[in-house]
Ligand binder design. Structure first.
Ligand code: PEP
Length: 251
């Protein structure tokens, strides 16, 4: 089965409104006509609406970097899935390592958010990944199995097929230390086996598994060529048109 690659940019807490719009307009022009790969950008939540408006009618989708799982109510400071959908958002990154490790987001929280995102018809991009000390201790697969089981608990097979998983080794995020294509492929293949074990082969073959961690326009091609790597979640290199376009073209 051929899975459509997804290249998504995670802008994190970067850029001003003007810079976000400039980047969106630049990407819109530069990526026009590229339709063999899915493309998305995930601006800070306050810029989702203007960026989605700027990208309307283009081949670039818009995602958020987080969401709250309740529909509405007394949850000061939070944003619901319905609100994101309302302003043109299609994807939501969940369980990014910066949220898991800096903000203490657990797989249980990621799980309720995954259910909320799916129920609204949006696509969750659920991040998993091990710390350097966990890799060195040989527990990578165990750590990811726990994050996977926790994050997708109770998700039905048909919904699972719509999910995107981003394998992001924490030691590779923003460090310039990219996993080798072989290291990425090994973990991606293991994740696909986990999906097959919990669901079945058809579901496992449908789910897109992105790699994330210091991907740039120079190393993307080799990583994206691996059979179980179905795209990239890109931080730093998504903040400028040329490197992000280079990654898109590598796909
Ligand atoms: C990320 O934040 O998801 C990420 C992969 O960042 P970077 O590409 O900068 O390592």
């Amino acid at each position: 089965m051929t899975r459509r690659l997804l290249i998504a940019g995670n802008w994190k807490m970067n850029l001003s409104l003007a810079a976000s719009l400039e980047l969106a307009e630049g990407l819109k022009k530069a990526a026009a006509g590229i339709n063999n790969v899915d493309i998305a950008v995930c601006p800070p939540s306050v810029y989702v609406q203007p960026v989605a408006a700027a990208l309307k009618g283009s081949n670039i989708g818009v995602g958020a970097q987080n969401v709250y799982f309740e529909k509405e109510g007394a949850f000061t400071g939070e944003i619901s899935v319905g609100m994101l959908k309302d302003v043109g958002c299609q994807y939501v990154i969940l369980g990014h390592s910066e949220r898991r490790h800096i903000l203490g987001e657990s797989s249980e929280i990621v799980n309720v958010k995954t259910h909320a995102v799916l129920a609204a018809g949006l696509i969750p991009i659920v991040c998993v990944g091990e710390l350097l000390k966990e890799r060195e201790a040989g527990t990578t697969e165990l750590v990811i199995r726990k994050q996977f089981d926790g994050s997708f608990s109770g998700v039905a097979a048909d919904d699972m097929k719509k999910c995107v998983i981003a394998y992001e080794p924490v030691w590779a995020i923003g460090t310039g230390k990219v996993a080798t294509p072989e290291q990425a492929e090994e973990v991606h293949a293991a994740i696909r086996k986990m999906i097959e074990k919990n669901y079945n082969k058809e579901v496992a073959e449908s789910v897109r598994i992105q790699y994330g961690g210091s991907v740039n326009d120079k190393n993307a091609k080799e990583i994206l060529a691996k059979p179980n790597v179905d795209g990239a979640l890109v931080g730093g290199a998504s903040l400028k048109v040329d490197p992000f376009l280079g990654i898109i073209k590598s796909a």
